[in-house]
Design a protein around this ligand. Structure first.
Ligand code: CMP
Length: 135
C-alpha cells in the first residue's frame, strides 16, 4: 500500500552538507517528496516529537542536539515507504549500521545519526500531524 513517512534530515546532516546525498538516495529509490521544509525544532516540538523518549537518560542531550540548528523536515510517499525508508537509513547506532545504509555510510554516533524516520504507521500518523498539520 502507498504510505507516507515523516523524515527529518537532522542538524548534523545540514551542518555536514549531506542534504543532497541523503535526499538523492530517496529520490533515486523512487520515493515521492510530498512536502519539504527547513525548520528549527524548538523545545516544545522536541518534547512532542520524542514523547516516547522524554523520560530516558539519553533524551536531554538528544533534545540539545535536535534543537541546535536547522533541520529539513520532509514527507515521503511510496509503496511501503515506512519500512523502505527505515531499511535505507539503517540501525540507530551509526557505528553498527550496515554499510550501504545512510547511517552505515555516513554516521559514527548513536545520537548524531543524520536521519529520523517514522517507525510504524501509527507513529507516521502522529508525526505527520505534528510537523505538517495541513497536509
Ligand atoms: P531517532 O530515529 O530520531 O529516534 C530517537 C533518537 O534518539 C535516535 O534517532 C537517536 O538520535 C537517539 N538515540 C536513540 N538511542 C540513543 C542512545 N542510546 N544514546 C543516544 N541517543 C540515542
Amino acid at each position: 500500500p502507498i504510505e507516507r513517512s515523516l523524515v527529518l534530515l537532522k542538524p548534523d546532516a545540514v551542518r555536514r552538507g549531506l542534504l543532497g546525498e541523503i535526499l538523492g538516495r530517496f529520490e533515486r529509490k523512487g520515493l515521492v517528496v510530498e512536502a519539504l521544509e527547513l525548520r528549527t525544532m524548538d523545545a516544545a516540538l522536541a518534547d512532542q516529537h520524542y514523547a516516547d523518549h522524554v523520560e530516558k537518560a539519553f533524551y536531554p542531550p538528544l533534545k540539545q542536539f535536535m534543537t541546535s540548528g536547522p533541520l529539513v523536515a520532509l514527507v515521503l510517499s511510496g509503496d511501503e515507504v515506512i519500512e523502505v525508508v527505515r531499511a535505507m537509513i539503517g540501525s540507530t547506532d551509526g557505528r553498527k549500521a550496515a554499510a550501504g545504509t545512510i547511517r552505515g555510510d555516513f554516521a559514527l554516533s548513536n545520537r548524531e545519526n543524520l536521519v529520523h524516520a517514522s517507525d510504524s504507521p501509527e507513529s507516521a500518523q502522529r508525526e505527520l500531524a505534528l510537523w505538517f498539520p495541513k497536509l
